[in-house]
Design a binder for this molecule. Structure first.
Ligand code: ADP
Ligand code: ZN
Length: 738
């Protein structure tokens, strides 16, 4: 038996077999691996998934790399069990360590994201089957004859499969088993997904698409780390192009991960995928049933599952031989996780590809400024697709100056937009009105005393949801029945809804077009994801005339009849203090207007704004994205904002304002000086209260090469310790500043 692990300092004095020691990382917020004794006869290696005792419990763990701590082996507890599961690959273990160190998270907390499905740790048991013996029973019936006739078509059958194939009942099958015509055998479990076929439904690509596809396939075949930015207008065929890269990886026998921001809502993507590869990919997202998650996890570790299409958390699946990651809509804010381990999945995908030495493809019609700069500076390869595929033309975009053509009293839609909707309806085509606000109205107030309805636990207004008869907090979910009287002054029936949400826009639309088939789509719709999928299909089929939706309608859908997109309030995202506000608005508006005209019909985008001269609005209507990027990049460079500098946030929260503020001040005082890093704050967070917790923020800003992590580690080590209700969360490269 080999001794794979370093022993403690007296290692040589003891027989190795009785006291091998291994570091084991448990999926808990521990600072590092713990040491365990490897009992004789148990075979483990780095990456092995094991069960170990921890306090009174048995927990999962992964045998880790590196030295064990110097604790006397006699005091250590033994590993209890090794699971019959392929070990986590070295690149996966290094990835977990890397993410932990970069995000300042406990490594066990990161490992937890890779190990979520304990029941998947043993292989699936074989299933009972039947094999024909060639014995012909004495008594023959018509049903028996049918069963025996199909029996030869396969080597073995499941009991119900055989009955189904022959059209006989299972009791007939059972009778034949008794009569000796079949014998029981054990069959391997059916694979979760069929093998993709790289050349199944090859698409004929246009010349540009072919060039881009060839370039990507070459990179995949070279099997070294590269990043390619596939930058192409909506509808240019980016998906078709990266399918080529996927085909190349599949042909090499490597696994592929495709990250999508809204996987649960893009069944059309899965259909396209199947048409191209002859098999559906495995999916990974939070709506998956637990049993399915286990199966996918297991298939990924085993290598049986070749292609996974998933949400950001799929990045932590322990692939056996990953050879390509595609990050579609790479600019999408949904790639940022802000919970426990705060990470940016697009950025971490690049890290994972570097550690595994394989290519990554970032696709977007509106790349993030970060990716654009990296491409401009030659760190990423850039492949551009500049026109829509075939006859499809991009929509004509124009601004509606809301100061000049204001909506009528109490309304939010300006006359030119209403007129365009009417014409679209007459042509039998579809309109989409986009407003990124759920519910009926973002604020309710009393017209008599001015009282505003606010969440008791958060610093936010309660949003009226009229369909549901509730006012609701969008941060914590707190909900109450919509009141009839003001709780402050008691006046009845004088509550006013302020501002629009999608429900209110729908009400206005119905007022103008009572006969049109109108639908509201937002993520809080009753019936959840299933219902949403059905509605999206109905829209694609043309069963709806007017769609009013939040950003979930912006992503990836193909609505052939949609020829008008109206942006109800283009200015919403510009008013906050987020340094990426302009970029985000540009991306969102481009994406939403890109829903129009995807199949060749003449299409329009109308953008309602009070700031028609704003550079974002000008960039959108002129179609001059380059000018926008240039300006935005220059601005970031001047302000040393990412990617020209680095940011990190520290968010301190506590049950009382004083505790949170005191702790944040203590951290500030512990901040090291120098290193080209500055610290700002603490300041009360714009969202000062969430779920009853008071929040303060510190912002750390450094140059491109500054060691922000070392700075933060020193600050946290020297600062006050987390006590009582105080919690400290680090957010590297924050996306939210609330
Ligand atoms: P993008 O991802 O850039 O928005 P898609 O890959 O979704 O673009 O392509 C837009 C539409 O054009 C899709 O309906 C797609 O099937 C079609 N399409 C693109 N390229 C081709 C091609 N080479 N052959 C056939 N259809 C194509
Ligand atoms: Zn709340």
């Amino acid at each position: 038996m080999t001794d794979r692990f370093p022993t403690d300092s007296q290692g040589a004095l003891f027989p190795a077999a009785t006291r091998r020691v291994a570091p084991v990382l448990v999926p808990l917020p521990t600072p590092g691996p713990y040491s365990y004794v490897v009992p004789e006869g148990l075979d483990v290696e780095p990456g092995s998934i094991v069960q170990v005792p921890l306090g009174p419990r048995q927990v999962l763990g992964v045998v880790w790399d590196g030295p064990v701590d110097g604790i006397d082996a006699k005091k250590l507890r033994p590993i209890n069990q090794v699971f019959d599961c392929p070990p986590l690959q070295p690149e996966m273990r290094r990835f977990i360590d890397w993410v932990a160190s970069y995000t300042l998270s406990p490594p066990g907390q990161v490992a937890r994201m890779a190990l979520r499905a304990p029941a998947a740790l043993e292989p699936e048991p074989p299933i009972a089957g039947l094999k024909p013996t060639g014995v012909v029973p004495e008594r023959m019936t018509e049903a028996r004859r049918r069963v025996l006739a199909v029996a030869g078509e396969a080597e073995a059958w499941s009991r119900s499969g055989l009955a189904h194939a022959s059209g006989a009942s299972v009791s007939v099958v059972d009778g034949l088993v008794k009569a000796g015509a079949f014998e029981p055998v054990l069959l391997p479990p059916a694979p979760l997904v069929a093998e993709p076929d790289a050349s199944f439904g090859q698409t004929e690509l246009s010349a540009d698409q072919q060039d881009a596809g060839d370039a990507l396939s070459d990179r995949v075949r070279a099997s070294t780390f590269t990043v390619s930015l596939l930058d192409g207008v909506t509808g240019s065929g980016k998906t078709e192009v990266y399918f080529e890269a996927i085909a190349a990886a599949v042909a090499k026998g490597r696994q592929v991960l495709v990250l999508l921001p809204e996987i649960a809502l893009t069944p059309a993507f899965l259909d396209r995928f199947e048409e191209r590869f002859g098999a559906k990919p495995a999916q990974w997202h939070s709506d998956l049933a637990p049993r399915m998650r286990e199966k996918v996890w297991r298939g990924v570790v085993d290598g049986q599952v070749r292609i996974v299409v998933g949400a950001r958390s799929a990045l932590f699946l322990p692939f056996r031989s990953l050879g390509l990651i595609v990050v579609d809509e790479e600019h999408d804010p949904a790639y940022k996780q802000e919970d426990r381990v705060f990470y940016q999945a697009r950025d971490m995908a690049i890290v994972r590809a570097r550690l595994g030495d394989f290519p990554v493809v970032l696709a977007s019609a509106t790349p993030s400024v970060e990716s654009r700069v990296n491409a401009d500076q030659g760190r990423y390869g850039r492949l551009a697709l500049t026109s829509r595929y075939a006859q499809a033309a991009l929509p004509d975009l124009s601004l509606i100056d809301m100061r000049r053509t204001p909506p009528s009293r109490g309304g939010f839609l300006s006359p030119p937009l209403i007129e365009a909707m009417g014409k679209t309806l007459e042509r039998g085509e579809q309109s989409l009105l986009f407003l990124n606000r759920r519910g009926y109205a973002p604020l309710t107030l009393c017209r008599v005393c001015g009282h505003r309805f606010q969440c008791p636990d958060c610093s936010s207004w309660l949003v009226e949801h009229r369909f549901r008869g509730q006012i609701q907090c969008h941060h914590c979910g707190h909900a109450e029945r919509t009141p009839e009287a003001c709780p402050e002054c008691g006046t009845l029936d004088h509550l006013a809804a302020c501002g629009p949400g999608v429900e209110r826009i729908a009400e206005e639309v119905v007022g103008h077009f009572p006969d049109a088939r109108t639908i509201v789509l937002s993520s809080d719709m009753l019936g959840g994801v299933k219902r949403l999928r059905l509605e999206l299909e109905a829209i694609a089929k043309g069963d709806v005339d007017i769609v009013i939706g939040t950003q979930l309608v912006a992503k990836g859908h193909n609505f052939p009849l949609m020829t008008l997109v109206g942006i109800v309030d283009a200015d919403i995202g510009l008013s906050n203090s987020d340094p990426r506000a302009a970029e985000r608005t540009f991306q969102l508006l481009s994406q939403v207007t890109g829903r129009a005209g995807r199949t060749g019909r003449k299409s329009h985008g109308l953008i309602q704004t009070y700031q028609p001269a704003h550079p974002v609005m000008q960039a959108i209507v002129s179609g001059d994205a380059e000018a926008f990027y240039e300006r935005e990049i220059a601005e970031r460079e001047r302000a040393l904002l990412p990617p020209f500098g680095q940011l990190a946030a520290i968010i301190v929260s506590a049950n009382t304002r004083a505790e949170a503020e005191g702790h944040a001040r203590g951290l500030r005082q512990a901040a090291p000086s120098g290193g080209g890093i500055v610290i700002l704050g603490p300041a009360e967070a714009p969202l000062a209260l969430i779920r009853g917790r008071h929040r303060f923020r510190l912002l750390i800003q450094g140059g491109r090469r500054a060691d922000i992590q070392a700075y933060l580690r020193a600050l946290i080590a020297n600062g006050p310790k987390e006590r009582g209700s105080v919690r400290v969360q680090v957010d590297i490269n924050p996306q939210s500043f609330l």
